[in-house]
Design a protein around this ligand. Structure first.
Ligand code: AMP
Length: 217
C-alpha cells in the first residue's frame, strides 16, 4: 500500500509531486490547502475567517482542518492509497492522524521530506499559479511549468490565478511557521523509521524519479 505524507516548507513542490503520484499510481491526493480554499469559495462566515488566516500565512485551527481531512480519509477514494499534502503541519495534528488511522485500520508507509533552500522556495512561491477549478499548479518562472495558453489551465481550460498567500510577505510568515511548527515532524517520523529526505531543488522529473525509487514503482 502507498500511503504517503509530504512534509516541506511552502512552495517546495509537494503539490506538484503529489499530483504526479496521484495520476501515475491512482492514489487519492488530499491537499488540506485545497480543501480550505474550497471552503473559502463558499463565502460563509467560516470561509471569510479562513481566508483571512490563510492570506496572513498563519495556520488554521487544528479542529477545522482535521474535520475536513477525516471526511476525506473515510471515503473509498483512499482504498488504493493516499497522499497527504499539507497535513500534518504540527505535532498535535500528527498525533491526531495516528489516532484517526488506527480507528480505520490504516497506516502511513512513507513520509517524504522535500528539502529546498529559502531562496528557491521564495522564487517558486512568487511565480506559482494555480487553476481555480481543478487546482493544477503552474509556474511562470519555469519554461516546463508554464501553461500552454497564457492564463488558462491545460487540464480543464479554466482560469489560472495567483494565490493570495503567494507573495513575499506571506511567504516569510509561512516559512517561519514551517520552521517552528512543521519541521519538528521530521524527527517525529524519523523516530518511526518512515522518513525519507529528498533534494527538491532539482527538476520536477528528477525529484519525481527519486520519490519513485523510494516508494517502489
Ligand atoms: P498549502 O496549500 O498547503 O500551502 O496551504 C495553504 C494554507 O492553508 C496554509 O498556509 C495554512 O493557512 C492553511 N493550511 C493548510 N493545511 C493546513 C493544516 N494542516 N493545518 C493548518 N492550516 C493549514
Amino acid at each position: 500500500m502507498k500511503n504517503i505524507i509530504f512534509i516541506s516548507s511552502p512552495a517546495a513542490g509537494k503539490g506538484t509531486q503529489a499530483e504526479k503520484l496521484e495520476k501515475k499510481y491512482n492514489l487519492a491526493h488530499i491537499s488540506t490547502g485545497d480543501l480550505l480554499r474550497n471552503e473559502v469559495k463558499s463565502v460563509s462566515e467560516m470561509g471569510k475567517m479562513l481566508d483571512k488566516i490563510m492570506k496572513e500565512g498563519k495556520l488554521v485551527s487544528d479542529d477545522v482542518v482535521t474535520t475536513l481531512l477525516k471526511n476525506k480519509l473515510n471515503t473509498h477514494e483512499c482504498d488504493n492509497g493516499f497522499i497527504l499534502d499539507g497535513y500534518p503541519r504540527n505535532i498535535n495534528q500528527a498525533k491526531t492522524l495516528d489516532k484517526i488511522l488506527d480507528e480505520i485500520n490504516k497506516k502511513i508507509n512513507y513520509v517524504i521530506n522535500l528539502d529546498v533552500d529559502y531562496d528557491t522556495a521564495m522564487k517558486r512561491s512568487c511565480g506559482r499559479l494555480q487553476c481555480k477549478n481543478c487546482g493544477k499548479i503552474y509556474n511562470k518562472y519555469s519554461e516546463n511549468l508554464k501553461p500552454s495558453i497564457d492564463g488558462k489551465c491545460d487540464k480543464c481550460g479554466e482560469v489560472i490565478y495567483q494565490r493570495s498567500d503567494d507573495n513575499e510577505e506571506s511567504f516569510k510568515i509561512r516559512f517561519n511557521t514551517y520552521q517552528e511548527s512543521t519541521k519538528p515532524l521530521i524527527e517525529y517520523y524519523n523516530n518511526k523509521g518512515i522518513l525519507f529526505k529528498v533534494d527538491s531543488s532539482k527538476t520536477v522529473e528528477e525529484v519525481f524519479s527519486t520519490i519513485e525509487n523510494i516508494i517502489g514503482k
